[in-house]
Write a protein that binds this ligand. Structure first.
Ligand SMILES: [Zn+2]
Length: 143
């Protein structure tokens, strides 16, 4: 039996660190979409499974399909809202093991095109609350 809640996990426990780095946009079927406060890539979100597993293979086949359907749905909403041209997907678990996917819009020709995105850039781009709200509304309108 896989533990479905870990009290020391920022996504399970909705810690202050989560709020410092992400703004909740909307729950989907089995995952929730969060706006990254780092908007180096406009529209960047994270899609976070609504319960704790470390690895996709710990999900049932149905749960896994639902999770990646939610990821694709969120990515399509970001594409419609921002027209970046390409979406990159980042799944890392060495810092936070809770299954989540970074959905990172990339524009062909931009400075870091052809480079992997940096999950925690040295010079993150933070916005005002009103600017975050505008982005949240643009994405929500397409979810
Ligand atoms: Zn967790």
């Amino acid at each position: 039996m896989v533990e479905r809640y870990q009290p020391d996990c920022l996504y399970c426990a909705h810690t202050e660190k989560l709020a410092a780095n992400y703004i909740e946009i909307e729950p989907l079927h089995v995952a929730t979409v969060y706006l990254s406060r780092d908007q180096t890539h406009p529209g960047r979100v994270a899609v976070v499974l609504n319960w704790h597993v470390d690895e996709p293979f710990q999900l049932s086949e149905v749960e896994r399909h639902e999770f990646y359907d939610d990821v694709a749905h969120a990515a399509e909403a970001v594409e419609k809202a921002f027209n970046p041209g390409k979406i990159n997907y980042g799944t890392y678990g060495d810092t936070v093991s809770h299954l989540h996917v970074h959905v990172v819009p990339k524009k062909p020709g931009e400075a870091d095109w052809n480079d992997s995105f940096v999950n925690n850039p040295a010079d993150p781009k933070y916005l005002s609350d009103a600017e975050y709200q505008d982005i949240v509304e643009k994405i929500k309108a397409n979810l």
